[in-house]
Design a protein around this ligand. Sequence first.
Ligand code: ATP
Length: 458
Amino acid sequence: MRLQIVQPIKSIDELASFCKRAGFVFPSFEIYGGMAGFYDYGPRGVELKNNIKAAWWKSIVQDREDVVGIDAVTVNHPKVWEASGHVASFTDPLVDCKSCKSRFRADHLAKDILNVDVAGMPLEEVTTLLRNKNVRCQKCKGELTEARKYNLMFKTHVGPIESDENVAYLRPETAQLIYLNFKLVQDSARLKLPFGIAQIGRAYRNEIAPRDFLFRVREFEQMEMQYFIKPGDNKKFFEQWKKERMNWYLSLGIKKENLRFREHIKTELAHYAKAAVDIEYKFPWGWGEIEGVHDRGNWDLSQHSKVSGKDLSYFDDEKKTRFVPNIIEVSAGVDRTFLAFMCEAYATEAERIVLKLNPKLSPIKVAVFPLVKNDNRIVKFAGNVFSDLKKKFVVYYDKSGNIGKSYRRQDEIGTPFCITVDFDSLKKKDVTVRDRDTMKQKRVKVKELAGYLEKQLQ
Ligand code: ATP
């Protein structure tokens, strides 16, 4: 066999331009000049994204007996975010350039330039640190202002009048809506601790400096699950969920050496949090968080109970006691996960770009081609194979008759199998099946084809 020299992705810009050309991701509003931090998913991207979400939902909800799902609204009552603490403190430290007015996150400047983690550091100290080390504007070298707080929530108004009384927020995370529905879900689904509530949905953050393609955007999706437990069981379930979540990424093809846990240091932890760990992926620019696993204690339910005046406690039938459950949260970003799977799968070889996605995630599972486009018998045969397979798989039919080009196009979008109908097929009632990764071909009888593919795609 020929030795292939495989080149992994070199930069995130290379991946962004590939994603645009191959129909995965487009910059939003491009014809009007675009807007930083917003991206649309194209025909291939939406399939990959849906497959990621479906794989998550299956492993978190459908394969388990102790987790159920919800789908809640994204325009939210202001009390939710007052109670959660977001109105007061969902902030990032911001500095402006006094000359060119560019804005930067002070914590990012400290990390990127000085390699100092300023999480939890008072703003005055952050200002002093940047000034003492002479950190200046990254665009024009101008002087920076003092660091100040900047709230990341998008504000809107409900109804026709824009006043302080009808303020609403676009949710910056999906978790809070799970806490609000805790009692309704528990009663209606008759759940006993420990149990989880999961949700996939949009979240909005007015990030100061969107960057690194899909990594830091202003509208994104989260896949979150809140696991409600008895107080005291925190350590056990925290460790269990850390393991489960790491295994999910590994099972879908991310290499072990490209994943790691990063424990939050004391100053980084929210005041109520007992423990927190990030699952990080090794992106082309370095390690970045794709998911957080958090032990939130009983803070969320207690807080919503206090502010709403509604009882959100749990009655333990066996022990005849009432208490506020504790929560272990797993919170992954769909877009960052998408980016990690793309970075992991993208490879350039001597004469092709190939996306070595796990077949479960591939936008298209099988492509069918007639060898030539001007022979009716072959075209009809291929059409029948396509119609048959379509009942079971996501299949693409390409009757251009240019097999070399068709293979390359499917390699680029990660299609694991390409099927070609040739002249021999007419006599032998078989087809060739080409494997994306090895490029090896194998003849398979048409009547065994669906079973063969099913086995390969498992
Ligand atoms: P960061 O520190 O990078 O801003 P975070 O710790 O604030 O992230 P969480 O609030 O824990 O993030 O959100 C859970 C997940 O949501 C993150 O692990 C990430 O995958 C995703 N996420 C958060 N902010 C963004 C964003 N601006 N763009 C894309 N995904 C995001």
